[in-house]
Design a protein around this ligand. Structure first.
Ligand SMILES: Cc1cc2nc3c(=O)[nH]c(=O)nc-3n(C[C@H](O)[C@H](O)[C@H](O)COP(=O)(O)OP(=O)(O)OC[C@H]3O[C@@H](n4cnc5c(N)ncnc54)[C@H](O)[C@@H]3O)c2cc1C
Length: 481
């Protein structure tokens, strides 16, 4: 890192540039491990399965006269409504599967990416569902505006499962409306999450009308088996991975608090221990959804990243005190039982391509990077960590030890953001991509791990792309929802 940072009054760096680069081949890449190859294959298979499913239902629609029905406009409306409904149903189930915590998908995509895909699939499925409802009603009403209300009433009250489907639609509308950014900003996470759970009810209520009246559902034995299988797989996935596995793991590992230690004026570390933690597939960079079983608010679970590499005996989580949940966490007495879901996330070794890594974190987003700095395998000088902070940097002593013992290069960048697009803070004078490249000349050959608030994380990704880092080498975890 340049002297400008090391000597600046407020920022400082440890070990930056101390390693002699001359004998090192900066383009050395790790041969992708078997897990990275498996994840690539999983993403390919998941994408293929999605398109294959859509193709299959389209084929059944065509085989059932979907295209020939396009001849007359009333039958065309019904036909378009049917295919929109089928695609919507398929994507609705895909959307539930994406959030079912299937290890296969969690490992292949990581949580951040799964959430993004879930949103896109969700809004697409919803738009198709609205199209399905509007167009089908239009078809039955034979295009007469005056007949729309009576036709809707007729459809809902006379066709099997339609009343339930209407209730399901209301649930899904509520979920989608509260998921729009403008609405989410006004809601507390817990309220939004509670409302979001109505999506399961909505999906469940939509099933009977598809079973009882869905032409393409009943048209062939294969189609019926396909739809039943898809519904069953989705339901089982949710029950196994969202409900049973967390219960089994929490019961098996019996996590409890050993101590709570302040890290700064508004950040604490909570140390946990438990049974057979060596058997928990936990890695540096991952996070757990934890629930502390003491006092009021014990039912709430919050996601926290490991802030130290797991050693098979204990777990450390570090929390900034921002609200009720984190403040409760700071006050939990030793011995408090903890239930958990996870581990989740693929920020870390699993996603890595290169021997050299750069970690960039802001605020308490430094926690998973602190664990990675300890848990990743690297030679002196191959790992660098930049910590952006406003008031006090975190883990300064521990990072100092890692710098001395393992040759980690550490830079602390203080200060408020200079403008809305600033990533690195006031110490970066000039275009930030050039500054970053000057600080980390082999940036384009490194894997970059990023963690912090969602908007800041998005800006770091942009900055790294502008500085020449390929998209598949940038790995993020944002502390937002
Ligand atoms: C994958 C992930 C890992 C995280 N790791 C850490 C960590 O290591 N250290 C740390 O200090 N913070 C971490 N967070 C953020 C932390 O989960 C929230 O700060 C915490 O849940 C706030 O709860 P609260 O009751 O104290 O505050 P609240 O007043 O309830 O919320 C404060 C803010 O935190 C966010 N938040 C609340 N609940 C959640 C939730 N369940 N999921 C996501 N965001 C939420 C909301 O944006 C809200 O505006 C992480 C978040 C995610 C998504």
């Amino acid at each position: 890192m340049s002297g400008a940072v090391t000597t600046a009054r407020t920022g400082y760096a440890t070990g930056w540039g101390a390693v002699d680069d001359s004998s090192r081949d900066s383009s050395r890449r790790l041969r992708p491990g078997h897990r990275a190859r498996r994840d690539n294959t999983s993403r390919l298979v998941a994408g293929l399965l999605l398109w294959l499913g859509l193709l299959l239902v389209t084929y059944w629609w065509v085989a059932d006269g979907g295209i020939s029905d396009l001849g007359g406009w009333a039958t065309a409306l019904m036909s378009v409504g049917r295919i929109a409904g089928l695609w919507s149903a398929q994507l609705l189930l895909v959307q539930v599967l994406l959030m079912a915590r299937l290890p296969w998908l969690e490992n292949a995509y990581g949580r951040d990416r799964l959430v993004r895909i879930h949103r896109v699939v969700g809004f697409t499925s919803f738009s198709l569902m609205v199209t399905h409802v509007v167009v089908i009603i239009g078809g039955y009403a034979a295009g007469q505006w005056s007949a729309v209300l009576s036709t809707t009433w007729d459809l809902v009250t006379t066709y099997g499962g339609m009343l339930l489907a209407a209730a399901g639609t209301v649930c899904l509308v509520m979920v989608v409306v509260t998921s729009l950014r403008a609405a989410r900003r006004r809601l507390r996470y817990e309220s939004w999450h509670l409302l979001h759970l109505y999506a399961y009810l909505g999906v469940g209520l939509a099933l009977p009308h598809q079973l009882w009246t869905g032409q393409e559902f009943l048209q062939s034995r294969t189609a019926t088996i396909y739809w039943w299988a898809l519904w069953a797989v989705t339901a089982v996935a949710v029950l196994v991975w969202r409900v049973a596995l967390p219960l089994i793991r929490s019961t098996r590992h019996q996590l409890r608090v050993t101590s709570v230690v302040p890290e700064s004026s508004d950040v604490v570390s909570v140390y946990l221990t438990g049974r057979r933690l060596d058997a928990l597939p936990l890695e540096a960079g991952q996070f757990l959804n934890v629930r502390f079983l003491s006092g009021a608010g014990w039912t709430r679970s919050n996601p926290y990243s490991l802030s130290a590499a797991p050693d098979g005996h204990s777990i450390r989580l570090t929390a900034r005190l921002v609200g009720d949940g984190s403040r409760r966490m700071a006050a939990v007495p030793p011995g408090t039982k903890v239930t958990f879901e996870g581990p989740y996330g693929r920020l870390g070794e699993r996603a890595r391509h290169s021997r050299r890594v750069l970690m960039i974190g802001a605020g308490v987003g430094i926690t998973p990077l602190r664990a990675l700095a300890e848990g990743l395998d690297y030679a002196p000088g191959d790992a660098a960590l930049i910590q952006r902070y406003r008031d006090e940097p975190l883990f300064t002593d521990e990072l100092g030890v890692l710098a001395t013992e393992r040759g980690l290069q550490v830079a602390f960048l203080p200060g408020r953001r200079t403008n809305a697009t600033s990533v690195l803070g006031p110490l970066a004078t000039g275009p930030e991509d050039e500054v970053l490249r000057a600080w980390v000349p082999d940036l384009a050959e490194r894997d970059v791990f990023v963690c912090g608030p969602t908007p800041w994380t998005a800006r770091v990704v942009k900055l790294c792309r502008a500085a020449g880092v390929p998209g598949d080498r940038i790995h993020t975890e944002s502390f937002g929802w």
